[in-house]
Design a protein around this ligand. Structure first.
Ligand code: NAP
Length: 325
């Protein structure tokens, strides 16, 4: 059944950005609904340890997500667990269409749909996903206790995941295409001092190979010497960045060449009342705290926007005022 009520704000995405927007929206007394198709918390749920969110020296991603969700719900934020399939911008109001056929009409929309892990696109990756190929150490690391795993990538995520996997596995090879990690300095130092992790610099993975029991090796190539070899492993964990989840971004909204949405300082897109926050937004730093900050900015901006819309609709301007104009 279609939702006839006109909402002030619909937030799509229940990660730290969307939930922070929910907190600010509820405190601003906006009639708000948050839509989440999966589990609350977004990508951060996959993080074993978060050490850079202010106020928490060390917290698991799952716990941090839960705390932010509980905080938002303490203000009565309504959460709908369903997939949003389309956002239709309108002059009077925007419409968010749902997979179950419902529609939410709303003055403002905040898109907080984040990103998804990027694929390596080598042979064996798709075939053996779930049979030794993984994009989440916290989810699948348990199956590799005392085994050998290969981590592919050199960013913060790869480094954090390699350190997590080193707590479980017997040996972790970290395969990186350059000879310098992109990961931050503290993580680099930890990787260096973790004796279970062996770096394979200037190396790319060209295929993931498996037998009846799942992954048994990866084919590697040294980019400097062109040497190629097969490295025996029980698992291949791929962390080479992510792609923005921009499927719901309406046509006509400005994006950069990588598919991230361009916004102004209020996180507003080129369509009034349509905001984009978190990892989907084009910006310098993709951090949990930045997503939360985006959520605050967009919700406050949305509150102002809704006020101008509702004031324009409910107040009739005195005739003298119009004449003076
Ligand atoms: P990232 O920073 O984009 O790093 C991706 C890594 O994968 C890079 O080392 C890159 O190599 C490598 N790579 C990319 N494509 C590849 C390919 N086709 N083959 C082989 N290697 C490839 O991605 P990320 O580590 O997922 O981090 C994404 C963002 O989230 C970053 O801004 C990061 O700081 C942030 N993050 C924050 C936290 C936190 O707040 N605690 C935790 C994790 C991540 P090159 O270095 O050669 O480009």
């Amino acid at each position: 059944m279609a939702q006839k009520e006109l909402h002030d704000l619909v937030i799509v995405g229940g990660g730290p950005g969307g939930l922070s927007a929910g907190i600010y929206a509820m405190r601003a007394a906006l009639v708000t609904v948050l839509i989440e198709k999966g589990i609350m918390g977004g990508q951060v749920v996959m993080s074993d340890t978060v050490e850079n969110y202010p106020g928490f020296e060390n917290i698991t991603g799952a716990e941090l997500s839960q705390k932010i969700a509980e905080h938002a719900q303490s203000y009565g934020l309504k959460i709908i667990y369903e997939e949003a399939t389309e956002v239709l911008p309108g002059l009077e109001y925007h419409t968010v269409k749902m997979a179950n056929g419902e529609e939410y009409r709303t003055y403002a929309v905040i898109l907080a749909t984040g990103g998804s892990p990027r694929m390596l696109n080598v042979s064996g990756e798709m075939e053996y996903y779930g049979k030794g190929v993984s994009y989440c150490g916290v989810c699948d690391g348990f199956f590799f206790r005392n085994k050998t795993v290969v981590v592919i990538g050199g960013g913060d995520t790869a480094a954090e995941e390699a350190l997590y996997l080193a707590k479980l596995a017997q040996k972790v090879y970290m395969v990186h295409r350059r000879e310098e990690l992109r990961a931050g300095m503290i993580l680099q130092q930890r990787i260096k001092s973790e004796c279970k992790i062996e770096m394979l610099w200037n190396t790319v993975c060209t295929s993931i190979n498996a037998g009846n029991d799942g992954v048994n090796s990866v084919s590697l190539k040294n980019t400097k010497t062109s040497e190629q070899w097969d490295l025996p492993t029980d698992g291949a964990f791929i962390f080479i960045g992510f792609n923005p989840n921009n499927k719901l971004v309406p046509r006509g909204i400005k994006m950069n060449a990588d598919g991230y949405v361009i916004t102004d300082e209020k996180c507003e897109t080129n369509i009034p009342g349509l905001y984009v926050i978190g990892d989907l937004r084009a910006k310098f730093a993709r951090q949990i705290v930045v997503s939360a900050s985006d959520g605050c900015i967009a919700a406050l901006a949305a509150a102002h926007y809704v006020e101008t819309k509702t004031t324009a609709e409910t107040c009739e301007l005195p005739a003298e005022f119009l004449e003076n104009k």
